[in-house]
Design a binder for this molecule. Structure first.
Ligand SMILES: [Zn+2]
Ligand SMILES: [Zn+2]
Length: 361
């Protein structure tokens, strides 16, 4: 079978591999569709703090073609989606019920959805494989990214108000936008590309703000955060900050950073209203540090939050809401491309071309 292999940053190739066989508790799926993801792009550019090189791709949908001994809740022939991880249920964070923060989450991660077949390990197969039934492969494959977004909104609760400022125009930012609209929030999307802001408008953004070049909302070719632009001190034009403050009557109740850029992590708290919440959604590179205006954090009583990954409950809610035809995820697909073009697809993503691609073996 054909399988993508990422051996080092920007060293992606396709190789022949044997079709996997399931051991006890495992299943094998024939991949019907995989989705590219910002996490994959980060891994492609710079490696990932939690994920190894090698097998590549973690979002997808497929048909079960083999089940290992002892698997009784899943059957050959079922169309399913899966999550790349499952908690160990034994470590100290699992014992405290914080399953998304399991210390052993990545010791048995399911990677390799950019392939014709994929083996899903027993830990994941036991709890995080979901039959799609009537749901399309594409909507099924969105369970994983949507779970992360819905988890973030649970972290944000209780909401301090209804004005939401979203920084970034990647697929995750659009999913946040859709959730904000579903909750009746007033939304402002900040980005650097006019065409992406047009899509944000079409997806319901009440206001959009175009940042001025040079672009602070991105990573460079090496995947590092772009340093603050020469005409500002902290990464976003002063006029942009003023615009956002005027649109939000002094600041947003909720600011969501979805760029993965250090400069934007640092500027995000400055866009929040007193008493507001700031969610730092997109992870930075391992070892990265940020600085935040302490004055705002303390005297304006900001809540600065991280959110990571998902729980089983988040995934079940994502699946249910995708079934109910919520979330126009089809709008986020730039193109459908065959697996044998995966190298070109990542070269394009690396150049900033396209939001999310559906990869079909
Ligand atoms: Zn993902
Ligand atoms: Zn654990």
């Amino acid at each position: 079978m054909l399988q993508a292999w990422l051996s080092a940053p920007r060293q992606l190739s396709l190789r022949d591999a044997p079709i996997p066989h399931p051991d006890a508790g495992e299943i094998v799926v024939k991949v019907r569709l995989a989705l590219t993801c910002g996490t994959d792009l980060k891994t492609y550019r710079r490696g990932h703090a939690k994920l190894p090189f090698g097998l590549f791709g973690h979002e997808g949908a497929g048909e079960i073609v083999a089940v290992g001994a002892g698997v009784e809740h899943l059957q050959v022939g079922q169309r399913v989606t899966w999550l790349p991880t499952a908690p160990c249920r034994e470590c100290f964070t699992c014992r405290r019920g914080r399953f998304n923060l399991c210390r052993n989450l990545f010791e048995r991660v399911v990677l390799g959805s950019y392939a014709e077949y994929l083996k899903i390990n027993a830990r994941v197969a036991s709890v995080h494989v979901f039959p799609l039934e009537e749901l399309s492969d594409l909507r099924g494959a969105f369970v994983e990214p949507l779970s992360c977004v819905l988890h973030a909104w649970r972290v944000l609760e209780p909401l301090p108000g209804k004005i939401v400022c979203l920084l970034g125009t990647g697929a995750m930012a659009y999913l946040h936008l859709m959730e904000a609209k579903a909750r009746g929030c007033f939304t402002i999307v900040v980005g650097r590309r006019p065409e992406r802001l047009t899509l944000a408008r079409e997806l319901g953004a009440d206001e959009v703000v175009l940042t001025s070049p040079p672009n602070p909302l991105s990573v460079n070719r090496e995947g590092e955060s772009v340093s603050p632009s020469p005409f500002t001190e902290r990464g976003l034009g002063g006029e942009v900050i003023e615009k956002i403050r005027s649109l939000t009557d002094g600041g947003a109740d909720i600011v969501i950073e979805a760029t993965g850029a250090k400069a934007i992590w640092e500027i995000a708290p400055e866009l929040a209203a007193p008493g507001g919440k700031v969610l730092l959604y997109s992870g930075l590179a391992k070892g990265e540090t940020v600085s935040v205006l302490a004055e705002r954090w303390h005297y304006d009583e900001l809540t600065i939050l991280g959110s990571f990954h998902f729980t089983t409950q988040d995934a079940q809610i994502a699946l249910q809401r995708l079934r109910q035809h919520e979330f126009a995820v089809e709008r986020l697909i730039t193109a459908t491309r065959p697996l044998n073009e995966i190298v070109e697809v990542f070269e394009q993503l690396d150049q900033g071309e396209g939001i999310k691609y559906a990869i079909v073996p």
